[in-house]
Design a protein around this ligand. Structure first.
Ligand code: AAO
Length: 467
């Protein structure tokens, strides 16, 4: 019996559903558009000590350079080659980051854009982050190399070659999403090129991948290139570990493609999470916090062990992608912190917090998109509040309280007697607490009082915040 249990525990480590985080580390942070040198420092200075499990990094491979508008964030979703060469840094800097983060127990997950190359209207030349030549019109990418044979055109039957109807699974997977040249992943040659790219990253030491636009790839094609992947680097991971896989599939219901088709390959982004939780925290549609009692599968979300969850992502915080108006972002800081706090404390799914940057509201008007001419180092970024306010280590066993009304009550915490530091209002530093202190008595009970006008209307204590 013991032997069997041990085997199944090991099985979890080998599988593509495990993020390979160190014990007790239950969350990753998306450091959107950060440079590799800054991420390396952040791992050592903040993320490692604070117990973060890993970092999702922006696509590291060479992309097109967009001039109009000037250098928007989304140019990184238009690959030109698989050279590690972007405005986040070069391959040496990428390697250094992966090594230094792994050495302090923080994993790196790469945003892998392998469904497509650049847009069909991307022109011709060397306007790319590493100067590689390409010709979008001829579908020629010699730095990979890919040629016209490697794209899906023949299989798409819409008038303009683009996805027009999300109720037609063939269109979604065989046509171009917003005009991006769609790779023919049914070809072994293309699968091999994609696998070579991912294996290069695995060998450097990355722990897994976000598969961008997975909904636009056939699940069987994804499986085929995943089958070609190496196991993780044994310098940091146990022998036989498979890369963590989480697939970007937007399934809010009512379309031809559902998340469950992708469960065989790895985890899937659960977009219903942020949309529904946002509705509750905003108190829309008569929702109440009390209804969150059966949050998770009980709310129609996918199975917990297949879900990658987040409050907002880099798309829907700026009006791209999906989720709708209920999505909480840093624009509603108080509600946003409550959402992120709830997510981190709740056991459902594997969690991802967002570290983005602020932009002026008017960037969002009409068609104008958020754009930055340079990747900023973290000093230049006014980061959204999430990452700096939460200690992620073991937050799962925490008692968390969220209320809309002023609260004064005694609750059972399940924690041993002692004085605990509230990790929302402060930090435990050298055995002292810079924020609110909570006394837990011998029977595990503690008194909480929270003002309804507090900027952070909740308290979080956990085993390691004991003074
Ligand atoms: C840029 C320009 C384009 C230009 C293109 C090519 O903006 O004008 O045509 O270059 O030159 C990012 C940007 C894009 C950018 C692209 C390439 O967001 O604006 O295009 O880089 O530079 C779909 C996909 C999903 C995708 C999302 C944005 O399914 O995969 O669109 N997300 C990923 C990345 C994203 C990136 C790409 C993919 C491309 O995270 O950053 O794009 O690499 C429905 C569908 C969704 C669909 C949305 C989008 O959603 O279900 O699958 O997402 O439509 O329109 C309700 C519904 C919900 C529905 C939604 C919107 O919420 O419930 O289902 O409404 O209708």
């Amino acid at each position: 019996m013991r032997f069997l249990l041990l085997l199944s525990a090991l099985g979890l480590c080998w599988a593509q559903y495990s993020p390979h985080t160190q014990d007790g580390r239950t969350s990753m942070v998306h450091l959107f558009e950060w440079r590799w040198v800054d991420i390396a420092k952040e791992c050592e200075r903040y993320l490692g000590p604070k117990g973060f499990g890993g970092v999702q990094v922006s696509p590291p491979n060479e992309n097109i350079v967009v001039h109009n508008p000037s250098r928007p964030w989304w140019e990184r979703y238009q690959p030109i080659s698989y050279k590690i060469c972007t405005r986040s840094g070069n391959e040496d800097e990428f390697r250094d980051m992966v090594t230094r983060c792994n050495n302090v127990g923080v994993r790196i997950y790469v945003d892998a854009v392998v469904n497509h190359m650049c847009g069909a209207g991307g022109g011709e030349g060397t306007s790319s982050t590493c100067g590689s030549y390409y010709n979008a019109h001829k579908e020629d990418f010699p730095a990979v190399p890919y040629s016209g044979w490697d794209f899906n055109d023949g299989k798409c039957h819409t008038s303009n070659g683009e996805v027009q109807n999300y109720n037609d699974a063939n269109q979604v997977r065989n046509c171009r999403v917003t005009g991006l040249l769609d790779l023919a992943l049914e070809k072994d040659y293309v699968r091999t090129k994609v696998a070579d790219y991912l294996n290069h990253l695995i060998d450097i030491g990355v722990a897994g991948f976000r598969l961008d636009a997975a909904k636009h790839m056939w699940p069987g094609d994804i499986k085929a290139f995943l089958n070609k992947l190496h196991n993780l680097n044994t310098k940091w991971f146990s022998a036989g570990s498979k890369p963590f896989i989480y697939q970007e599939v937007i399934d809010l219901g009512g379309e031809a493609i559902s998340s469950s088709e992708y469960f065989g390959n790895g985890r899937v982004t659960e977009f219903k999470y942020g949309a529904k939780l946002g509705t509750v925290i905003r108190k829309w549609n008569g929702e109440k916090m009390a209804y969150l009692k059966n949050w998770g599968e009980g709310w129609g979300l996918m199975p917990s062990d297949r879900a990658l969850v987040f409050i907002d992502n880099h798309d829907n915080q700026r009006g791209h992608g999906a989720g709708g108006a209920s999505i909480l972002t840093f624009w509603d800081a108080r509600l946003y912190k409550m959402g992120v706090g709830f997510m981190l404390a709740h056991p459902y799914g594997f969690t991802r917090v967002m570290s983005s940057y602020r932009w002026d509201r008017n960037f969002q008007n009409g068609k104008s998109k958020n754009s930055w001419s340079q990747p900023r180092n973290e000093k230049g970024l006014k980061r959204s509040s999430a990452s700096s306010h939460f200690t992620v280590l073991n937050l799962r066993i925490i008692m968390s309280v969220y209320f809309f009304r002023a609260l004064s009550t005694t609750l059972q915490t399940g924690l041993p007697a002692g004085t605990y530091c509230d990790v929302i209002s402060g930090d435990k530093i050298d055995g002292n607490c810079t924020g609110i202190k909570i006394q837990v008595s011998g029977d595990g009970r503690a008194h909480f009082s929270i003002s309804n006008s507090a900027e952070d209307p909740f308290i979080a204590i956990h085993a390691e915040s004991k003074l």
